[in-house]
Design a protein around this ligand. Structure first.
Ligand SMILES: Nc1nc2c(c(=O)[nH]1)N[C@H]1C(S)=C(S)[C@@H](COP(=O)(O)O)O[C@H]1N2
Ligand SMILES: [Mo]
Length: 354
């Protein structure tokens, strides 16, 4: 009997130490408590993974990126070497799954549960990326004035759900965004893109929902009319920019030492603009104090913050509420949606001091 190699391998290739990740099978969520001693960006081996199927192993020697469609003057086929030879740039950006936090908090905090992977807030990571601006490639294909959308197609297995084959993971973005700041990344944190994060090439779409950043990129379809895929009609419908959110670098239900002053730490981010201010409540939202922002605060990444806290014995709810540079502030509640996407209300983080 032949062994089906494709099925013998785990959906995610890299090790997922339980101290760093919650392993959901196809998805590995980062533990916020493991971020406490980390720097501004996240090490590649600690970066969350969200796969619709499984991480493919692609041969960069035979791999080609196809650029085609009525939105370009000429179709292109670029090899890995061709891409390496094009002008490159680096950028730091968060990638966050639209479902991060929401799959759990819509239920636990607003009483309206959603099905699907019960992500807490760990469907997020920040890294430095290097690659070819998508605009460079579109220029070479002669992007037309009437071009509308660019759809990245992934080379992972077709996504089959409830017996329906939805084809390869793919999602359009506007030509306007494509020409603005989207990267075809070949490197992550200074090294070749790892298998799980899209080797040999992935899109990085700063500020947008994670699904826009197509991994294992095989084709770019450029249209002269709006494009549709199940990933913008059935799932992640109507989503583009990620809202403003915050998280404490603490376990859910963390145990804190009672009567001793500790430093609460966390991070806040927004797809729209850098964070302007973060307020923290240690009494369930009755009173608020400004947190001290520290270190870099780059657009499309995040900012770290801290606040001293001396907990009394017992249970507490910690809240962090960020405001971004556009004035957008995290609300107390957000309207329900079936996908559990973009839960950006202030999270009520339970801790116990003893
Ligand atoms: N080809 C392909 N691209 C994909 C996905 C996928 O399953 N297949 N998942 C998307 C989703 S939902 C997210 S949140 C991000 C996760 O990126 P990461 O696994 O590098 O953290 O990749 C996106 N790109
Ligand atoms: Mo996602």
């Amino acid at each position: 009997m032949l062994l089906d190699n494709a099925r013998a391998v785990a959906p995610i290739r890299k090790p997922l130490p339980p101290a760093w990740f919650v392993d959901h099978g196809h998805n590995a969520e980062m533990r916020w408590e493991a971020m406490r001693d980390q720097g501004y960006l996240i090490d590649t081996e600690r970066f969350f993974v969200r796969n619709h199927t499984r991480t493919p192993q692609i041969d960069a020697g035979t791999w080609r990126l196809r650029v085609h469609g009525p939105g370009v003057e000429r179709a292109l086929e670029l090899s890995y070497g061709d891409l390496e030879a094009l002008p490159s740039r680096g950028l730091s950006a968060v990638i966050e799954c639209a479902g991060s936090g929401g799959r759990d908090l819509f239920g636990s905090q607003q009483g309206t549960p959603v099905p699907g992977t019960p992500w807490m807030l760990g469907g997020i990571g920040a890294a430095s990326w290097r690659g070819v601006p998508l605009g460079e490639v579109l220029d070479r294909a002669g992007v037309r004035r009437d071009a509308v959308d660019v759809m990245g197609h992934g080379l992972d297995d077709p996504y089959i759900k409830d017996g329906i084959d939805h084809g390869s993971v793919r999602r359009p973005l506007t030509v306007h965004k494509a020409l603005d700041d989207v990267l075809i990344a070949l490197e992550m944190n200074g090294s070749t893109l790892p298998l799980d994060h899209g080797f040999p090439a992935r899109l990085v779409v700063p500020g947008w929902v994670g699904i826009a950043s197509i991994k294992w990129l095989g084709a770019l379809e450029v249209s002269d009319a709006p494009l549709r895929s199940p990933w913008n009609t059935t799932w992640y419908e109507g989503l583009s920019v990620q809202p403003v959110k915050s998280a404490f670098e603490l376990a859910w239900n963390a145990r804190l030492p009672a009567g001793r002053c500790i430093t609460l730490r966390g991070r806040s981010w927004s797809g729209h603009a850098p964070i302007r201010a973060v307020q923290v409540s240690t009494d369930g939202g009755a009173s608020w104090l400004p947190a001290r922002l520290r270190g870099p605060n780059l657009p499309h990444v995040w900012v770290r913050w801290e606040l001293p806290f001396t907990p009394r014995a017992g249970r507490h709810e910690l809240l962090a509420r960020a405001t971004d540079g556009t004035g957008l502030t995290q609300p107390d509640t957000v309207p329900f949606n079936r996908g559990g996407y973009q839960f950006w209300a202030v999270a009520r983080h339970p801790v116990t001091a003893a």
